[in-house]
Structures are given as C-alpha cells and as structure tokens.
Design a binder for this molecule. Structure first.
Ligand SMILES: [Zn+2]
Length: 261
C-alpha cells in the first residue's frame, strides 16, 4: 500500500473511539498495561487499534478468534513496540492462533534418498516476517505474567523486529552502522556470560533455549527484559542496557519490584 494512503487510513482508525470492552481485555490479559503512564497507555491503545485493523487473524485447530484473542495479542505486542515509534510491523500480515501448543511437521533428507519426517511441538513462530503463529494459552499466561519471564508474543515480536533489517541474526535495527557494530560485539559478550553462568550451575533469569542461535538469544532475553526486568538487570546489567538500547524503552522504570499476586 502507498505510504500516504496507509497514513490516511491510520488517521481514520485512530479517530474512532477505543471500545471499552477492549480496555477490559487489556486490563485482564495484558497486566503490564497497569503500569503505563497516560501517554504510554494512549500509545498502546493507538497501536492496538492499527494492528487490529491491518492484520488478519486466523484461528487454527478449531480456535475461534474473538476480540479477547485479538486484543490480548495486539496489547502485548503494543507494549514491546512502545519505544519503536511509527513501527507497525508492516511486513507481518497474519497472525495464526492455535488452541494449545501445536505440532509442526519437520523433515530432513536421509542419506541415500527419502526423508525423515517428524512432528515438533511449538509454542509460536514467525515465518519470514509475513505471519506469526501463537499458542493461545501461552499468550494468556505471558500477558497475565503467569509464565515466569516467558511471553510467546514478546518472543515472536522480537524475531519480527530482528527481521526488519534483513535476516534473523539477533541484531535488531539500530541508529547507525557504528552503533550496530558496538551492540553486536557487546551482545556476544553477554551470551558468553550467560553460558558461563549455566556452566557454573548458577541461576539464570531466562531459558537456555536462548543459546540455540543469536536470534533466539535476542528473543528469549527480550522476553525477560519485559517480563522480569529487575531480575535481568541484576543478572547482567550490560545486557539490560543493550536491550534498552534496542527497544528504546526501560521497563524496569515502571514494573514494580514486587509482583502483584
Ligand atoms: Zn524463537
């Protein structure tokens, strides 16, 4: 779509009142919205409205896509996108939602012909930025802060943001090539620090799935950055600083130390 047409449509979307029922869903399923300033809360509502108007949601495996599903997903995404002003993940066209963790068919060629085929359990994934696949119970658990540092929506948004400048390489778009070089070197050190902590049997704030690849490190650490920012900052202050630079926001400044029950 042409930029000017999109802008005009977005202005029309934003002129509509935000449905009170959506506010209730945000309060219930995106707990972090309770800690936003008025300006941030307004920015979240605007981002949600545009996201719901522009993205196609599809229920898979019998899941019915209701406003609860759409607003809960959009709200968590809006929260992490708060600092990246004007970024609406335009490449992302559809959000597929499953009623639970789902099985993805996998296959690998066998030597001498044929292929090995199996099913792999997934919570979510992002396909080349065009679609995002999510497990609904995980969406709710993350949004209600009931899944430790985890959030499947934040994880997939991190991949989508990582992809904005090309491939998933664990390096999100930054202001300049110089900044990117410094950031990339520093995040490597953080990954080593995380590996060392695991080797030494120390407690770590996020899952070791982060070591699958640099892209997963960025995504998994980003989940913790938003969901449990104080613990991440205590574990590795430079890593917290890098993620603050990447996401252009500081969740530790708003998330209370003590979690509500
Ligand atoms: Zn991932």
């Amino acid at each position: 779509m042409f930029g000017w047409l999109r802008e005009r449509r977005r202005r029309a979307i934003l002129a509509r009142p935000f449905p009170p029922a959506w506010l209730e869903i945000l309060a219930r399923n995106v707990r972090q919205t309770a800690w936003l300033s008025d300006d941030e809360a307004e920015a979240v509502r605007a981002w949600v409205a545009v996201f719901l108007a522009e993205k196609r949601f599809e229920g898979c495996g019998g899941l019915e896509v209701t406003d609860e599903v759409r607003v809960s997903i959009a709200g968590q995404a809006a929260l992490v996108m708060l600092g990246l002003e004007g970024e609406h993940l335009d490449r992302l066209q559809s959000v597929l939602v499953y009623p639970g963790d789902y099985l993805a068919p996998k296959s690998a060629p066998l030597e001498g012909g044929g292929a090995l085929e199996w099913q792999e359990e997934r919570l979510g994934e992002t396909w080349a930025g065009g679609s995002m696949v999510l497990s609904w119970p995980r969406v709710v658990a993350g949004g209600r802060l009931r899944d430790g540092p985890r959030s499947v929506v934040i994880h997939e948004c991190a991949h989508a943001v990582d992809m904005l400048d090309g491939e998933v390489d664990g390096i999100p778009p930054l202001a300049s090539p110089g900044e990117t070089r410094g950031w990339a070197a520093a995040i490597d050190d953080c990954q080593l620090h995380f590996e060392e902590a695991l080797d030494e049997g120390r407690s770590v704030p996020f899952d070791d799935y982060a070591l699958e690849s640099p892209g997963e490190f960025f995504a998994v650490a980003s989940e913790c950055f938003f969901q449990d920012p104080h613990r991440l900052a205590r574990f590795d202050a430079p890593l917290y600083g890098l993620l603050r630079q990447a996401w252009r926001q500081d969740p530790a400044s708003r998330v209370p130390f003590r979690r509500p029950p």
